[in-house]
Each structure stands twice: as structure tokens, then as C-alpha cells.
Write a protein that binds this ligand. Structure first.
Ligand SMILES: Cc1cc2nc3c(=O)[nH]c(=O)nc-3n(C[C@H](O)[C@H](O)[C@H](O)COP(=O)(O)O)c2cc1C
Length: 160
């Protein structure tokens, strides 16, 4: 099945997971890049990103080309304040029509908190479209493990 992996990553964990999934699925990745980058370090990183997520912002994204013919989309996002990262929110709001009828799966990267709110938010933004499968990995680049590698491989096997 033709799959496109759409991801946002501030500090590399989601990029790592997206690229790992791409290799396992033989899929293309598409990175979401906000026009105005979020701070990458210190207090500002958590303050600005957290505030943006809590306030439900949808930041402007750099131009991307989303292949309309793709059959399956794997969304990869960090969890920010329990929610999906705002650049993914921008993508979902903009591509709602294009996503209709496609198989959608999600991969969340977090540092150990819950992902229920993010999954609910995603379902709502997908406007009733089915979220077929979801996997959560705790900082897969910063804290790699054989177990996380296996979880990603099992998850991707289900998406094939
Ligand atoms: C602004 C901000 C808010 C975060 N909020 C949460 C959270 O609510 N729960 C959690 O488990 N991790 C939280 N994290 C940690 C990230 O989700 C986690 O480190 C993730 O792997 C980062 O992905 P990335 O390296 O691709 O940016 C937060 C990180 C940032 C920068």
C-alpha cells in the first residue's frame, strides 16, 4: 500500500521514528516545517511550544507537496502539553478533504506522559475518519532500545 509519512520534529525523535518507519515500509517521508521555528532549547522551548499547543495554534507551514494519490498516511508528532504538536494541527486543518477516505495511522513520541488527549484531538481533526492504529514511543532517538525498535517493526508490519 502506498504510504506517506508526515512528521514534525523539534528535537529529532519524531524524525528518527519517521525515518525508521519509512525504511520498514518502503515509504516516503514529508516533513512539516513551520515558517517560524519554535525555540529548540531551555525554558523557551517548553514555554512557547506548550503555550502554542494549549492555545490550539495552527502555525503557518513552509510549502510542502502532499501526494494526493497516497492510500495511507502515517502521522508522526511529538506530544506537547498532552496534545499533538501545532504544525501537525495546521496540516490536518488544511488537508482535511485530501485525507478523507485514506487509511490514517499515528505515531506519538513523548517523554512518558499520556497520549489519550492527543489521540482524541487527532480523531476530532480527522473529522470522523478512522484512526486505524497508533503507537507511542518514549524518546526513541534520545533513549533508544531494542524493545522500541521491535515495537516500531511490529507496528509497521500491521500497516503493510
Ligand atoms: C513544548 C513541549 C511540550 C512537551 N509536553 C510533553 C507532554 O505533555 N508529555 C510528554 O510525555 N512529553 C512532552 N514533551 C516531550 C516530547 O513529546 C518528547 O521528548 C518527544 O520525543 C520529542 O519529539 P521530537 O524530538 O521529535 O521533537 C514535550 C516537549 C516539548 C518541547
Amino acid at each position: 500500500m502506498q504510504t506517506t509519512i508526515v512528521y514534525y520534529s523539534l528535537s529529532g525523535n519524531c524524525r528518527f521514528a519517521a525515518e525508521g518507519a519509512a525504511a520498514l515500509l518502503g515509504a516516503e517521508t514529508m516533513e512539516l516545517v513551520p515558517e517560524k521555528a519554535y525555540p529548540e532549547k531551555g525554558f523557551a522551548k517548553f514555554f512557547h511550544g506548550g503555550k502554542s499547543a494549549v492555545f490550539g495554534e495552527a502555525p503557518a507551514l513552509r510549502p510542502y507537496s502532499f501526494p494526493a494519490e497516497t492510500e495511507q498516511v502515517l502521522l508522526v508528532t511529538p506530544i506537547w502539553a498532552g496534545r499533538i504538536a501545532p504544525p501537525l494541527r495546521s496540516f490536518l486543518l488544511r488537508e482535511r478533504e485530501a485525507l478523507r477516505g485514506k487509511r490514517v495511522a499515528a505515531l506519538f513520541c513523548c517523554s512518558g506522559g499520556g497520549t489519550e488527549k492527543a489521540a482524541a484531538q487527532l480523531r476530532e481533526l480527522l473529522d470522523g475518519a478512522d484512526l486505524e492504529a497508533a503507537l507511542t514511543l518514549v524518546d526513541p532517538k534520545d533513549k533508544p532500545s531494542e524493545e522500541k525498535h521491535r515495537a516500531l517493526a511490529d507496528f509497521c508490519a500491521k500497516l503493510k
